[in-house]
Design a protein around this ligand. Sequence first.
Ligand code: FAD
Ligand code: NAP
Length: 339
Amino acid sequence: MHNIQANYNLKELNTFGIEAFSKYFCSFENTDELKELLQLNNVRNEEKLILGGGSNLLFTKDFEGIVLKNDIPNIEIISEDNNEINLKVGAGVNWHEFVMYCVNNKYYGIENLSLIPGNVGAAPMQNIGAYGVEVKNVITLVEAVEITTGETTSFKNNECNFDYRSSIFKTTHKNQFIISYVHFKLSKQPNFNISYGAIASELEKMNVKELNIKDISQAVINIRSSKLPNPKEIGNAGSFFKNPVVKNEIVEVISKEFPEAPIYKVNDNESKLAAGWLIEQCGWKGKKISNYGVHAKQALVLVNYGGATGKEIYDLSESILESVKEKFNIELEREVNIY
Ligand code: FAD
Ligand code: NAP
């Protein structure tokens, strides 16, 4: 029996804490339930929004369709040997709880992705990444239900077109598939990556003598907790914009004028600029406009101090885009999904 609710308040279901209502709302815990739902007349004809943890979206208005909340549970071991383990994980499993399960069992590969909010089902969407690790490195297969046909299908890693904060699910196949399970291959042998940012110095501060998965995960948790606003306290969706990857000619112009600009080589022709730095240079860091603004410790993060509308935050992002374009001639791209 499906409990479809009308005029549903989504405020508690998005980490920006924006008050928005959906015409209908329903959650599901397995693919049979989902397939039945998709066949109902009043579901089939409505626009659909698949919701995980609501940590990478911004509601700028009410949603005139049905929000389908993916609550598929379970972590299942598919196979293992002395070197690796294959896991099938429900899309509704909380991402950080899954990371902690792997850390506690010494399954290596996603410890640098500790404390990222949201659910497993959304991880392939934008190929979540942090501290030099991307989830595409450990995903083997994505299972999904096609919205129009209700058929189950699956995508191998190389069919997902994973890229920097991107995949087919965010581009060519957007709004066409509901991810139901994600399969991961993790290593039973340590292969740590602590070269990025502040991880090594945090481990030193923690007085860690011998590298181990729990301490690396804890170091990431410590750094993140000191820099990023906790959505339970201040509404936000993490980085609002992607870091732009631009041609070296553009980078040369910028680094001549701003020798201190952080630049990371991507390949022989392109480099990545830190969007947070570009925004900071335009004077936005820490800017507060009534009850919303730009976070004081990381200019990439837009925040709702309580009661702001999604439209206000969207308009702020538009002003930021315009000033970065004017000062640096670079067009930032929003990472957050706008509704
Ligand atoms: P939601 O916000 O619920 O959904 C995001 C998009 O995916 C929507 O378009 C939705 O329709 C779609 N979607 C969700 N689930 C499914 C599904 N099962 N099938 C099909 N479509 C689906 N991201 C990073 O990459 N790295 C970080 O380090 C990082 N740090 C963050 C820190 C903070 C404080 C916050 C608030 C966010 C951060 N994010 C980061 C962004 C966000 O946490 C991730 O993108 C996360 O994967 C979103 O998961 P979610 O379940 O909340 O997705
Ligand atoms: P940071 O360490 O202050 O670095 C600023 C930016 O410079 C980052 O965006 C990062 O790009 C880039 N960078 C830093 N060191 C790098 C290196 N050695 N090689 C390549 N690029 C490097 O960033 P932060 O804000 O504290 O975030 C730390 C990590 O968490 C980053 O990986 C960031 O992506 C991730 N994070 C993501 C979100 C989100 O919502 N997407 C939110 C918070 C944090 P990359 O972003 O490409 O790594």
